[in-house]
Design a protein around this ligand. Structure first.
Ligand SMILES: [Fe+2]
Ligand SMILES: [Fe+2]
Length: 186
């Protein structure tokens, strides 16, 4: 684990590394609270943004090589949209992670997926509420996450979708599909 952390620290910006440590710790705490594997949650949290170490050119080349398409055909920022799916590829290739549950949690951390495991939800939620994320709305989600994992995650989805709509950017169809799926779990 120590080697992995050293390698990750060397590849990411300082801010992104601190965020990654925050997500790892937050995800592991959520896993303890909601009955998921805390070690897998920690590892997935730690590596969730590992693909952001790549240059945009490297990301696009790897995405092409892997036959990836973005979750959304109307995307205006393919590099940002690829980093989650590419994270799973980089975690396997550069960090030796072979556990499919960890790799899926990395791949799903940004938009989610259908279906989603508890581990997937935990890592994606931790990405939004780790300690360096600030704001009243984030605090409100943190508070719900004390007792209700799905409730907190639904609130995160609503907040992110609202922010995307308000900014005038296109809303990924996949986000809506994931949100509707999550509602059926209620
Ligand atoms: Fe990310
Ligand atoms: Fe992140």
């Amino acid at each position: 684990m120590e080697q992995l952390i050293t390698k990750l620290r060397a590849s990411l910006s300082e801010g992104r590394f601190i965020h990654s440590l925050g997500v790892a710790e937050c995800a592991s705490a959520l896993a303890g609270r909601f009955g998921a594997d805390a070690e897998k949650a920690y590892l997935a949290g730690l590596l969730h943004d590992c693909a952001t170490a790549l240059t945009p050119e490297e990301m696009l080349a790897l995405a092409l090589e892997a036959g990836l398409r973005t979750a959304d055909e109307i995307s205006q920022d393919p590099v940002a949209d690829y980093h989650a799916a590419l994270g799973a590829i980089v975690a396997r290739r550069d960090y030796g992670i072979n556990d499919p549950a960890i790799l899926q949690a990395i791949a799903y951390h940004q938009i989610g997926g259908v279906p989603m495991t508890t581990l997937d939800v935990i890592v994606s939620l931790a990405d939004a509420i780790e300690p360096s994320r600030r704001g009243e709305q984030i605090d409100a989600i943190r508070e719900i996450a004390e007792r209700d994992l799905l409730g907190a995650y639904l609130e995160k989805c609503r907040l992110y979708m609202t922010n995307i709509l308000r900014s005038g950017r296109p809303l990924s169809l996949e986000r809506v599909r994931v949100y509707n799926y999550l509602l059926t779990l209620r």
